[in-house]
Ligand binder design. Structure first.
Ligand SMILES: [Zn+2]
Length: 114
């Protein structure tokens, strides 16, 4: 098998596509299931413009998805900050106070980066 075919198959696996039991008529690579279609990642990905478009559409959807995750994380971190602030208020021990402050610092830094 040529290297670029192996690359194409590796990329398909990395994308989480499922390998089917069928094989491509043209190059003999196993076909992958993509959007309910059996696709040869080597022949069809090169020639099928619609597949490429679908692929790029998925790419553009990704940021929104990861933003949603970041929103969730941000809420969790903010809640943790509140918890830490309450603990800090009651805490008497210097060592613990420092620990809490460090944790709060890390949380605030994380929120700023989002
Ligand atoms: Zn093929």
């Amino acid at each position: 098998m040529e290297n670029n075919k192996i690359n194409a198959a590796t990329k398909a696996l990395a994308r989480g596509w499922k390998m089917t039991a069928k094989h491509c008529d043209k190059c003999g690579l196993p076909l992958f299931k993509v959007d309910d279609r059996d696709v040869c990642v080597f022949c069809d990905m090169e020639n099928d413009g619609s597949l490429r478009k679908k692929e790029s559409k998925k790419e553009s959807e990704k940021p929104a998805e990861s933003r949603a995750i970041e929103d969730n994380v941000s809420i969790i971190v903010q809640n943790k900050l509140k918890e830490l602030a309450l603990r800090l208020e009651k805490e008497q021990e210097t060592g613990r106070i420092r620990e809490i402050l460090e944790a709060m610092n890390a949380a605030i830094r994380l929120l700023k980066e989002m």
